[in-house]
Ligand binder design. Structure first.
Ligand code: SG4
Ligand code: ZN
Length: 248
């Protein structure tokens, strides 16, 4: 049975889901000075199928707005470091209550962005256990934009709680910043069960998102009928984990 967690009582998550209280949790505050580590295995991302156009469903699950590709057509994969060919599962969003600098899950040198988009990939490690790679992209509100780019119009839907709508022609690559530099570290899912099986890839540069899309996200209804005005977890202690970065 699902744990009906909320974002106002994050300290309680660990009572139901012990992993949420463990030591390798996400998100984190990324100290850019610590991310100076270079490691030859941290290589530019190999993206396969990111430019393909795919259709799928946009679902409001009460915790986020999530795009899941339909089973037809080619799959999208990601490989980086020692993880080979992780298959694309879904992307979803995190945001805050206002168009101020709060809403992203990761922060950089203490600073947050307006929101964060997560591309979730899954695969297995050498021993066969399930692992995830999540690519995080910071979102920055654009107040001035008069016309909404088509890639945001497609996702700009007031989806009712627990229902889903069809979306056509979504290209993952359209939602990545031009510069593909990223930070990398080992962490967890940012929602219960907070499983510590995630290789995080956080893109250094944000993408720009029209304000109207954030308005739509904030008006989505939760299970209790109230609007989901924020869905970002607070940053968790690094606890000595290594942080890497990849520059082109
Ligand atoms: C959101 O609640 C998604 O709806 C979940 O997807 C996702 O869990 C969860 O966030 C955690 O993902 O990238 N923020 S995160 O760490 O992707 C998974 C589903 O419930 C496993 C399918
Ligand atoms: Zn997420």
């Amino acid at each position: 049975k699902d744990y009906h967690f909320g974002y106002s009582n994050q300290d309680d998550w660990k009572n139901k889901c012990p992993d949420c209280g463990h030591n390798l949790q996400s998100p984190i505050n990324i100290l850019s000075s610590l991310a100076a580590n270079t490691d030859e295995s941290v290589a530019p991302l190999k993206m396969c199928g990111w430019c393909d156009v795919r259709s799928g469903t946009l679902k409001n699950n009460g915790h986020t707005l999530k795009f899941t590709p339909s089973q037809y057509g080619s799959d999208a994969y990601l490989s980086s470091r020692n993880h080979n060919s992780f298959k694309f599962l879904q992307f979803h969003f995190h945001w805050g209550p206002k168009n101020t600098k709060v809403g992203s899950e990761h922060t950089v040198d203490g600073g947050a962005y307006n929101g964060e988009m997560h591309f979730v990939f899954s695969g297995t490690d050498e021993c066969g256990s399930q692992k995830y790679t999540v690519v995080g992209v910071f979102l920055k509100t654009d107040r001035s934009a008069k016309n909404v780019p088509v890639k945001w119009q497609k996702l700009n839907r007031q989806v009712a709680y627990n229902s889903e709508e069809q979306v056509q022609d979504v290209k993952l690559y359209d939602y990545l910043p031009e510069n593909k530099d990223y930070y990398l570290y080992a962490g967890s899912l940012t929602t219960p069960p907070c499983t510590e099986a995630v290789q995080w890839i956080v893109m250094k540069n944000p993408i720009v998102v029209p304000e109207i899309f954030f308005d739509t996200l904030r008006s989505l209804k939760k299970e209790d009928g109230k609007p989901l005005t924020r869905n970002h977890r607070g940053t968790q202690p690094l606890n000595g984990r290594d942080l890497y970065s990849c520059y082109k």
